[in-house]
Design a protein around this ligand. Structure first.
Ligand SMILES: Nc1ncnc2c1ncn2[C@@H]1O[C@H](COP(=O)(O)OP(=O)(O)OP(=O)(O)O)[C@@H](O)[C@H]1O
Ligand SMILES: [Mg+2]
Length: 220
């Protein structure tokens, strides 16, 4: 589902984040990526989504190389295949919660208000469908972002710190929902997190360091 080969990335003026990163995920695999702040986790997700370009190396999503695609083709691939929970939410301020969660379906010509409402209910916002993002707390916004990332049953879910702003109980519920959706839809998923508890909901965990990606035990 995801193949990354010899990836290298340095932001202009920054130090190298990865110099030769390779890994792959089979369809349906659910992994966590941990690692220090600033090590490049969000950058890695952006590269996988084709939102940033690598300096070297290749990224294939479902056999298609996303790096090097014309912008329009990359955007279509993202719409069809990807769910992305951004660290900074990116919820649209002028749309209600229900409208926000319908966006991915509308873009695919598969509008389904019932599915969108059910996803909002699943993240505990079923009674706020017509609220606007400015009326929500940070944790509630994050839940909207999660509902929106899953609503179109993406093949590949990239989630950047999804339970970051949530109390432990809500975080547990959200992780359970993520896992259920991933399993039910055969989604391949990468969860970036600083939380061992969150990482524990994945099948495997990795630690991203300046030396590369290495397996991480969840025991300690
Ligand atoms: N667009 C950019 N231009 C220049 N430098 C950038 C850019 N985006 C990120 N960086 C830098 O690259 C490094 C990696 O950033 P990134 O956001 O990938 O880290 P992260 O591992 O996700 O950290 P955190 O855990 O704090 O979210 C940081 O030093 C950051 O300042
Ligand atoms: Mg980050």
């Amino acid at each position: 589902m995801l193949e990354i080969h010899s990836l290298a990335k340095t932001h202009p003026g920054g130090h190298p984040l990865f110099e030769n990163l390779s890994f792959s995920l089979a369809a349906g695999e659910y992994v966590a990526i941990m690692g220090e702040s600033g090590v490049g986790k969000s950058t890695l997700l952006n590269l996988i989504a084709g939102l940033e370009a690598p300096d070297r190396g290749t990224i294939r999503v479902a056999g298609r190389q996303i790096s090097g695609l014309p912008d329009e083709d990359a955007a279509r691939l993202r719409r069809e295949m990807l769910g992305f929970v951004f660290q900074a939410f990116h919820v649209l301020p002028h749309l209600t919660l229900l409208q926000n969660v319908r966006v991915p379906l509308l873009l695919l010509g598969r509008d389904d208000p019932g599915r969108a409402a059910a996803m909002l209910a699943a993240v505990g916002l079923g009674d706020r469908l017509d609220a606007y993002p400015r009326e929500l707390s940070g944790g509630e916004l994050q839940r909207v972002a999660i509902a929106r990332a899953l609503v179109h049953r993406p093949s590949l879910l990239l989630a950047d710190e999804p339970p970051g702003n949530l109390d432990p109980e809500t975080a547990r519920d959200i992780l359970r929902l993520l896992r259920e959706e991933i399993r039910a839809n055969g989604t391949t998923a990468i969860l970036v997190t600083h939380s061992l508890q969150a990482a524990g909901s994945a099948d495997r965990a990795f630690e991203l360091t300046s030396a590369g990606l290495r397996p991480r035990s969840l025991a300690a």
